[in-house]
Write a protein that binds this ligand. Structure first.
Ligand code: TRP
Length: 516
């Protein structure tokens, strides 16, 4: 039975698939816009620290739990933990929620490819459409948005139906190198625009964003921590079962630590490169339009970056603009597909495994179809809502009017807040407490030992998983709750502290019992 379970064709194939899962809208859109929002350099440093001390640790842990159990999240957690077996459900529901808006954004990206293609065929005679005109049109045409969401879902569904090695792995083996080449082309164009250097300074010169007037004041550490923490988890596909699932298809001889380092490094590199592609171009465009630094940062620091500012950048490049538009949005589409397929696989894997255990081996196609159809239900709602342009936003349904917090302002934010900002930090914190305090770090280290056995790593891992990860996650949780729901920082600190201590005790008491 076990040898019928899917597996990767090669370690390289696994790596490209995992990097494909990690590299997505989070890198190309979220990273630059969050960097813009929190003033450049400070965000970068905190992000890098989090990636090494928290991201790496959770990455190794997930891969190890996946490969050790050779199961999908729900069964994997059930098998290793008495007290935390329900995290598996969290790690299956969250990808479902993420897909409900990720597919809509994928559909948007397809619409921008179509738009730039049509401008290309007009040969520059037609005046290129401005970003805000394009985005408003897309948001106020619910039917079109739903149709493109369905297109995107079908594309992803067919790839996942193809199987782990002959669907997912194959797509990434072609898609990831192609994405990289296209990104380099866009970077070259971006950096050769007038005043591009100004954008680089914004990113890499400490304090420059404040000194040059892009942001009024340096943001406080907690807000940046919340923003960078959520971003890091989302970008690395962590704490949501995806990496665990991909790890469950990995062979015993592969080195988990080395693989994790490569995935984290590649994902961070692509995020930085995407920043270098996007930020200098937007700053250059802003200066050419006579915008003030604060206005330029406003265009960078918001969700409009990908769909408004950048479309403006391409629309203002003259004849060649739409061509760069097509290349850019095509690379975003590849990134979105390679991530979406990991989310669909994670949700589907549970039922595929269940059937395998019953001896039914050919049910992947049917299960993936059903999962995709189920995702389409909330996705259609998110698509038709058009980021709050509809009359059925969460706030409207609750009868709340006026200035409402983001989380209930539109359906996309609603899904995003629950999955990215709540379930993800919580999931990571619980996983660390489970491994560090209910079980023992050796559960991961033994598995890691199949392909690597460095003493230094073992010490580093135990320290991080027991102390650093849970505490940092409490800060991230507090920061993201404050950022999304408003209220006072102190209140959210106390809340996150209670959650942390509560689960800490819960985990540690479990351990004592197990030892008795
Ligand atoms: N990492 C992807 C991005 O950066 C999104 C993603 C894919 C994801 N799979 C995931 C996020 C699993 C969390 C969990 O866009």
């Amino acid at each position: 039975m076990e040898n019928k379970r899917s597996s990767w064709g090669s370690n390289l194939g696994f790596l490209l698939a995992a990097i494909g899962s990690a590299v997505g809208l989070g890198n190309i859109w979220g990273f630059p816009f969050k960097m813009g929002k929190s003033g450049g350099f400070a965000f970068l440093i905190i992000y890098l620290l989090l990636a090494v001390f928290v991201g790496m640790i959770i990455m190794v842990s997930e891969l190890a739990v996946g490969r050790k159990t050779k199961l999908s999240p729900i069964d994997a957690y059930q098998k290793i933990s008495k007290k935390f077996k329900w995290i598996g459900w969290l790690a299956t529901i969250a990808p479902f929620l993420i897909m409900s808006f990720y597919s809509v954004l994928g559909g948007y990206v397809m619409q921008y490819i179509a738009l730039n293609l049509s401008e290309l065929s007009f040969g520059g005679e037609q005046i290129a459409i401005s970003g805000s005109a394009a985005f408003t049109a897309i948001r106020t045409q619910p039917f079109g948005a739903v149709v493109f969401t369905v297109f995107f879902m079908i594309l992803c569904m067919v790839i996942v139906q193809g199987g782990v090695d002959s669907g997912i792995e194959k797509f990434n083996k072609v898609g990831m190198p192609a994405l990289f080449v296209m990104l380099v082309i866009v970077i070259i164009r971006s950096l050769t625009l007038p005043n591009a250097v100004e954008g680089l300074k914004f990113m890499f010169v400490p304090g420059y964003a404040v000194a040059a007037g892009y942001v009024a004041e340096a943001p406080d550490v907690v807000s940046v921590l919340g923003l960078a923490g959520g971003q890091m988890f989302f970008s690395l596909s962590l704490a949501m079962g995806a990496i665990l699932t991909y790890g469950s298809y990995l062979g015993k001889e592969e080195n988990l630590v080395k693989n994790s380092v490569i995935i984290v490094a590649a994902d961070t590199l692509i995020a930085l490169l995407a920043g270098i592609a996007v930020i200098p171009a937007s700053v250059s465009y802003g200066i050419s339009q006579g915008l003030s630094p604060a206005e330029i940062a406003g265009g960078l620091g918001g969700p409009g970056l990908l769909f408004i500012t950048l479309q403006d950048v391409f629309a203002n490049m003259g004849k060649i603009g739409p061509l760069f538009g097509v290349i850019f949005y095509a690379l975003v589409l590849i990134a979105a597909i390679s991530s979406a397929i990991s989310l669909i696989e994670t949700v589907s894997a549970h039922w595929i495994d269940k059937d395998l255990q019953k001896g039914e081996t050919d049910t992947r196609k049917r299960i993936v179809l059903i999962v995709s159809l189920l995702i389409m239900i909330p996705a259609a709602l998110v698509a038709a809502d058009g980021l709050g342009k509809s009359s059925f936003t969460p706030a409207a349904l609750m009868g709340i009017q006026g200035n409402v917090p983001d989380v209930i302002g539109d359906w996309l934010d609603f899904m995003d807040t629950f999955s990215e900002y709540l379930m993800m930090p919580l999931g990571a914190m619980l996983m660390a407490l489970m491994i560090g305090w209910e079980l023992d770090p050796s559960i991961v280290l033994d598995e890691v030992g199949h392909g690597n056995s460095s003493k230094g790593f073992a010490k580093f891992y135990s320290l991080c998983v027991k102390f650093i990860v849970p505490v940092v996650m409490a800060f991230v949780l507090a920061g993201s709750l404050k950022g999304n729901c408003g209220g006072s920082a102190t209140m959210w600190y106390i809340f996150a502290g209670i959650v942390l201590v509560g689960f800490w005790i819960f985990a540690a008491v479990g351990k004592k019992k197990a030892e008795e």
